[in-house]
Design a protein around this ligand. Structure first.
Ligand code: URA
Ligand code: SF4
Length: 211
């Protein structure tokens, strides 16, 4: 697995539009092959807040846009409820191709969690886009984004909902970890409202961390 680095544009040419175009040719791991297309990012390329998810889902893979399926709709509503303006938000994923299993061609494609090696292979894109956008606050959605951004020992369940400061190539940045919206959707019905409220509360922490 060679990793994405060799497909990145030259340093100095790493604005989001150029990165997005270059990512269409990425062969940094094997996930590109069964997927429909790369799903790079959406939203404000000058956003003060970045939301980082896991990987595109089935609908994102078909449409080429992140967070347009059920988890994305839940996330969008939670962002609004937390009082975060759309024009402040950049959205992306730790892994840029949909990983899935499928019993037979034509059957439903079932989400498969990306492995640590996929996260590592894809991380050059994430690092480059965050350097380009240079958000004040990064919201870490779930364990895969946590691993990509905060290292393998990061535990979302233990460290969610407060501001974590880390050194990055663009200076000290604030990170706020929370549940992945898909985890809210998987929560049993009687606890789902509470899980969703927890996501909104964590997003409010992120909003308050904006300068
Ligand atoms: N889940 C994610 O993590 N990202 C998406 O883009 C969609 C669902
Ligand atoms: Fe490249 Fe990431 Fe896709 Fe792997 S998942 S091929 S590293 S863009």
């Amino acid at each position: 697995r060679p990793g994405a680095e060799q497909w990145l544009p030259e340093p100095g040419h790493r604005d989001v539009a150029t990165l997005r175009e270059a990512a269409t040719g990425c062969r940094g791991c094997e996930l590109w092959e069964p997927a429909t297309q790369v799903v790079f990012s959406a939203g404000a390329t000058g956003g003060r807040l970045a939301l980082v998810g896991e990987q595109p889902g089935d609908q994102e893979d078909r449409r080429g846009v992140p967070f347009v399926g059920p988890a994305g709709r839940l996330l969008q509503a939670a962002v609004e409820e937390a009082g975060i303006a759309r024009e402040d938000v950049y959205v992306t994923n730790a892994v840029k191709h949909f990983r899935f299993t499928q019993q037979a061609p034509g059957n439903r494609r079932i989400h498969a969690t990306p492995e640590a090696a996929h996260v590592t292979a894809c991380r050059p894109w994430l690092a480059a886009e965050l350097a380009a956008v240079d958000p004040e606050v990064v919201v870490v959605l779930g364990a895969t984004a946590g691993r990509a951004l905060l290292g393998p020992s990061f535990r979302v369940t233990k460290e969610r909902g407060h501001v974590i400061e880390r050194e990055t190539s663009r200076g000290t940045k604030r990170f706020v970890a929370t549940l992945h919206p898909s985890a809210v959707l998987r929560t049993p019905p009687e606890q789902r409202d509470a899980a969703r409220d927890g996501l909104v509360a964590d997003l409010r922490v992120a909003a308050a961390a904006l300068g």
